[in-house]
Design a protein around this ligand. Structure first.
Ligand SMILES: Cc1cc2nc3c(=O)[nH]c(=O)nc-3n(C[C@H](O)[C@H](O)[C@H](O)COP(=O)(O)OP(=O)(O)OC[C@H]3O[C@@H](n4cnc5c(N)ncnc54)[C@H](O)[C@@H]3O)c2cc1C
Length: 409
């Protein structure tokens, strides 16, 4: 079979691949580019929800499912006031985003879509092999295939990767490897129960078991809410533990006696300082989780993906050439992420204490600006001084040893 040629092949049409395709579709510079977007799925199901904070002036996709003006934060012992203005907390449903992207992309005459599992990508030639033929791109943007040991290998084991094995995969010991894993239940109650304007951002009134464990409550209406039991740790919990924790929380903290479970969601997000190097390898540029777009210390990636892609495609349009260096975060933030991950991984400060101290000592917008990598030097310094300094100094010292030996973030 002959290899078809394209200017750009986008391997993986999830958040990163679709965001890139939309950004290209709306710019005249790419009007005559031949672009192929490949995914193993048609993206017709709601497979996840994305939440993120944003100010009203920030450009966000016009597919917001729900917005909360207020958030609550509970440490293990008390409620910490959390005023998030000028930010608001938003939810986007995967399916709404996929449909919106499909519409926008269909306006570009040169973008074709293919549903087929990708089996391999040749970096030097830019040839993408699929079950339905091979396709060559001058540039290939890959968010589908990965060798990251914390991610399910996207290979022949599709559709369901063996999640339990993720934690056992060999990892470079000079970097910190953690998983953020969570199970969500959408519950419905017969009576109005929830305050629809207030999301519970983190609730640490759970047994921590030497890990970072919290509950996340997003009311969708007065009778419907998404509850997510979230853990930062090295390995997944036994399957029934997620359900037990959510059930216990509903009983102990929401005091709800009668409810039904309408939907469930399960997710694993890598939290690592291993440099994903979103740089060109031959003709292949890594994007999305594979390209290190996930904020290592928080697991958030939705808004980062929008911002990184916009800046990248803007520059490409202006200069005529893609510059993958634009995907990298500033080194100072990468180093701080690395230290914070080590503190969490080694439990130098328990996660519940660390996050409670941050939100007790600093206002929420300050923490959000830091996590968005928008904080000034002075704000970053104040944030670094907020948690107990001794364990952070210890972690920074150990990290510095790795950096000196050349294992840089
Ligand atoms: C359940 C869940 C909830 C999340 N919630 C949030 C949140 O609230 N806020 C936030 O900021 N971040 C969140 N994240 C983290 C992050 O935003 C998402 O994981 C995001 O989807 C990552 O974008 P991506 O493009 O890298 O990966 P994806 O969106 O997963 O896209 C990768 C695409 O590659 C395709 N693919 C994979 N293998 C192959 C193959 N062999 N052949 C062809 N196609 C293939 C997949 O079908 C998929 O469409 C969440 C992650 C998960 C898993």
């Amino acid at each position: 079979m002959q290899t078809q040629k394209f200017d750009v092949v986008i391997a993986g049409a999830g958040l990163a691949g679709l965001t890139l395709a939309m950004e290209m579709a709306e710019r005249p510079f790419f009007r005559h580019h031949k672009i192929l977007l490949i995914d193993r799925e048609e993206k017709v199901k709601n497979d996840r929800t994305w939440c993120f904070w944003a100010k009203d002036e920030e450009p966000i996709p016009p597919v917001i499912h729900k917005t909360w003006d207020n958030c609550r934060f509970f440490s293990h012992s008390d409620e910490i006031p959390m005023h998030i203005a000028p930010y608001r907390y938003h939810m986007v449903r995967g399916i709404d985003f996929y449909r919106h992207a499909a519409e926008r992309i269909s306006e570009h005459p040169g973008i074709q879509r293919l549903v087929a599992p990708i089996t391999s990508i040749e970096t030097s030639t830019g040839v993408v092999h699929t079950a339905q033929g091979s396709f060559q791109g001058n540039y290939v943007f890959n968010s589908a295939l990965t060798s990251l040991p914390l991610l399910p290998p996207a290979d022949a084991r599709f559709p369901e990767p063996p999640l339990s094995r993720i934690a056992e995969m060999p990892k470079d010991p000079h970097y910190t490897w953690m998983l953020q894993h969570f199970k969500g239940w959408v519950i419905e109650t017969p009576e109005p129960t929830f305050d629809t304007n207030t999301a519970t951002f983190m609730d640490y009134r759970l047994e921590q078991k030497g890990e970072t464990r919290f509950m996340y409550v997003l009311p969708l209406s007065s009778r419907r809410a998404l509850l997510e039991f979230t853990v930062f740790s090295n390995a997944l919990c036994p399957a029934d533990e997620y359900d037990r924790e959510i059930k216990g929380y509903i009983h102990n903290h929401l005091d709800i006696k009668e409810y039904t479970v309408a939907e469930t969601e399960f997710g694993v997000i890598p939290m690592t300082d291993f440099p994903a190097k979103p740089l060109i390898d031959g003709r292949v540029i890594s994007i999305g989780t594979v390209g290190g777009f996930v904020k290592p210390s928080s697991g958030y990636a939705f808004k980062r993906t929008q911002r990184k892609m916009r800046a990248f495609v803007d520059t490409w349009e202006k200069t005529g050439a893609p510059d993958p260096d634009l995907f990298s975060s500033p080194k100072s933030f990468r180093m701080l992420d690395s230290i914070m991950l080590r503190v969490l991984r080694e439990n130098l400060v328990p996660g519940d204490v660390l996050f409670s101290q941050l939100f007790r000592k600093l206002d929420a917008p300050h923490v959000f600006r830091f996590l968005d990598e928008d904080a000034t030097f002075a704000e970053t310094f104040r944030l670094v001084m907020a948690p107990p300094t001794l364990p952070f100094t210890k972690a920074a010292w150990r990290q510095a040893g790795n950096w000196i030996r050349g294992y840089s973030v």
